[in-house]
Write a protein that binds this ligand. Structure first.
Ligand code: PMP
Length: 407
């Protein structure tokens, strides 16, 4: 195994050499989307110069090449998450679509009046709103697991919420706003003991830690290509075969059918039953290169590097007087959210931007979580494989500058 050298990694990401507002770019908004390595960028150009064609349709050569390349991604995703079958991997346009698909289709098949769905206080809006919609349609009830001040799930409260009315538990693996890593294995085992299925939102986990869907015994796992160094517009839904077979299709159209007559239509086999219409072919094909990229470095190495930076950032931030970190869970990954006393997070973000430092400010699509803390939002720095201690130093210098100017 080659020793991890962050400077070599940085050479793979052309955008990291550009400047912003006359300063070298310090990109710490990886929770929103990651930058792309040259391998992925080159694959996109290669697709449009050599392969461009529709998939699963033509007999002609290019269509076959594009179809094969598209299916290579599915083939690589299988061992990446250790799925039992390739056909348990449905390609969508992102985490949001994957969750909407499960909420809609699982809801139609299995939810009835009085059934309960459990989510948590720290969910992203995309793991709240689809469940609210399906609850309204089916007369089901949404229950929310509370958190403690550190931003950890109240597992005692979770246990007491589970009952034979619970049909689905939808929970994030890593919180995009706090960085909390949730005990998903325990959550899944408890849910299964009550007869409920579990969806894990891995949008902030898949690029930071190894995931094995069979070891977890998770029913549904969802994530986005663009947060794992891949293109925008491609997402993943892993679902156990038994659920994907039992649920109705999400959308109707081309590709998802076996035979159409005006009297009756039969549906295609898995996973195509859930892939109506022309997919994002370019993104689907090029995601394979992002998976290769992650695997060449290794998620263990990535996690170790990112964790060192997270600890360094946390320690340095806490040296700044009047700075408060939101989210102090024992198990954290790659995200540090904070507030400066008496200063609006947006104003800190603007000053950081002037210095070339990209962070996210605001509620991070987690308004109920911000309400839980009684804050309007936070400043969030989120770390990826190519970040360095120099990046963190630039963040700290910027926050100190903001503190001096704004207070
Ligand atoms: N869940 C979490 C935890 C996220 O961080 C995000 C992206 N911010 C999403 C879901 C939604 O992902 P996408 O916008 O790619 O659909």
């Amino acid at each position: 195994l080659e020793r991890f050298d962050v400077n070599n990694v940085r050479k793979d990401f052309p955008i990291l050499t550009r400047t912003v507002n006359g300063k070298p770019l310090v990109y710490l908004d990886n929770g929103a989307t990651t930058q792309k390595p040259r391998q992925v960028i080159d694959a996109i150009a290669h697709y449009y110069t050599q392969l461009n064609s529709n998939v699963h349709r033509g007999v002609h050569h290019l269509s076959q090449l594009a179809t094969d390349a598209f299916e290579v991604t599915r083939r690589k995703l299988k061992p990446f998450i250790n799925a039992a079958h390739e056909h348990e991997i449905v390609l969508t346009k992102g985490t949001t679509e994957s969750i909407n698909l499960v909420a809609t289709c699982y809801g139609k098949a299995f939810l009835h009046a009085g059934d309960e769905i459990i989510i948590s206080t720290m969910e992203h809006h995309s793991n709240i709103v689809p469940w609210q919609i399906v609850c309204e349609e089916r007369g089901a009830v949404l229950k929310v697991v509370p958190i403690n001040e550190a931003g950890e799930l109240d597992m005692a409260a979770y246990r007491s919420m589970l009952s034979d009315r619970t049909k689905m538990v939808a929970i994030t693996y890593v919180s995009n706003a706090l960085g909390t890593v949730n005990p998903v294995k325990e959550i899944i085992d408890l849910a299964h003991a009550s007869g409920a299925a579990v969806l894990v939102d891995a949008a902030q986990a898949i690029q930071h830690l190894p995931i094995d869907v069979q070891a977890l015994d998770v029913d549904f796992l969802v994530f986005s290509g663009h947060k794992m160094y891949g293109p925008t517009g491609i997402g993943i839904l892993y679902g156990k075969e038994k659920w994907l077979n039992a649920m109705p299709p999400y959308q109707g159209g081309g590709e998802m059918i076996k035979e159409v007559t005006f009297a009756k239509t039969t549906y295609n086999e898995l996973p195509f039953k859930y892939e109506a219409g022309t997919p994002n072919i370019e993104a689907g094909i090029c995601l394979a290169h992002a998976i290769d990229y992650i695997q060449e470095i290794g998620l263990d190495q990535i996690a170790r590097h990112e964790h060192e930076l997270l600890e360094y950032a946390t320690r340095r931030l806490l040296e700044i007087p009047g700075l408060r970190i939101i989210g102090t869970a024992k198990e954290k990954s790659s995200v540090v959210s904070f507030l400066l006393d008496g200063v609006h997070p947006y104003d800190v973000g603007v000053i950081l931007d002037k210095l070339g430092v990209a962070v996210r400010t605001g509620h991070h699509c987690t308004q109920p979580l911000m309400d839980r803390y009684g804050i309007p939002g936070t400043v969030r720095a989120s770390i990826a494989v190519y970040n360095t201690t120099e990046d963190i130093d630039a963040l700290i210098a910027g926050v100190e500058r903001a503190a001096a100017m704004l207070r």
